[in-house]
Design a protein around this ligand. Structure first.
Ligand code: ADP
Ligand code: ADP
Length: 231
């Protein structure tokens, strides 16, 4: 769990591409927030700032009361293109999430600790893939691969879980299944979560709070009851 305070976040790429324009919000511990908005609205930019991968041009971001200045081990991200190592097992892929917690660059695969291995297996259990732990990631379905991507993020043992269009490449049935496990994981571990989606029906089914972005600005912040189709 972590509180998040974004104050006046602005991101300008190059001379004049304003990707985010004075974005402010607060997230409570354990909130599950869906980020909505058309392509180019600034969703990825906001997630990358939350993950410390991109620095805002202006404004500040605090996580757990601390100002963010770079990537943090307690913030994990799930990507649309999951970036699994296809030749490795689901278990090995899950285990690599532990690398994001290590401080040293010379940490190699043999240096995983027993605690990491337990975390990797627990994470696979959370996403319903314990029985598939030894399968090659490359042999799994798209939905299963994304669940391994979630497991890898969980093995990082985060407080804040981010997901950038995690189901955009999946068919509707697989997308629903992956979202179900993502929500389950967030609930199970009391994670504060921010998930960008463009399918309003899936957003509606799983979201609790919705942040709508358009042209880099927050145009909606509310619950399901206030959500209109054209966010
Ligand atoms: P999406 O709408 O799914 O976020 P985009 O095509 O906007 O996809 O962006 C894909 C990737 O390319 C992102 O990592 C984004 O930061 C980067 N990107 C997007 N637009 C530009 C641009 N004009 N110049 C350089 N990189 C860009
Ligand atoms: P979304 O995720 O909602 O599609 P993005 O954050 O990817 O939105 O993009 C917001 C705007 O910023 C778009 O105009 C996009 O082209 C631009 N953009 C994103 N990343 C980059 C980048 N690395 N360099 C230049 N422009 C970018």
């Amino acid at each position: 769990m972590a509180t998040v305070t974004a104050s006046g976040l602005t991101k300008v790429y190059g001379e004049d591409t304003v990707a985010l324009d004075d974005v402010s919000f607060e997230l409570e511990d354990g909130e599950f927030v869906v980020l909505l908005g058309p392509s180019g609205a600034g969703k990825s930019t906001l997630l990358r700032i939350l993950n410390g991968l991109t620095q805002p041009t202006e404004g500040t971001l605090e996580i757990g009361g601390e100002e963010v200045t770079g990537t943090r081990s307690d913030v994990a991200m799930v990507f649309q293109m999951h970036y699994l190592v296809e030749s490795m097992s689901a278990y090995r892929n899950s285990l690599t999430g532990a690398l994001n917690r290590t401080e040293t660059v010379d940490s190699v695969i043999s240096n995983y600790e027993e605690a990491d291995k337990d975390l990797a297996l627990e994470a696979l259990d959370t996403v319903g893939l314990l029985d598939e732990a030894d399968q090659r990631a490359g042999s799994m379905s798209g939905g299963q691969q994304q669940r391994v991507g979630i497991a890898r993020a969980l093995t990082q043992n985060p407080e804040l879980l981010l997901a950038d269009e995690p189901v955009a490449s999946l068919d509707p049935k697989a997308a629903q299944e992956v979202m179900r496990y993502l929500k389950l994981a967030a609930d199970d571990r009391d994670l504060t979560s921010v998930v960008s989606l463009h399918q309003v029906n899936i957003a509606r089914e799983f979201g609790e709070r919705f942040l709508g972005l358009r042209d880099g600005e927050v145009v909606f912040d509310g619950g399901k009851e206030d959500l209109t189709m054209d966010v």
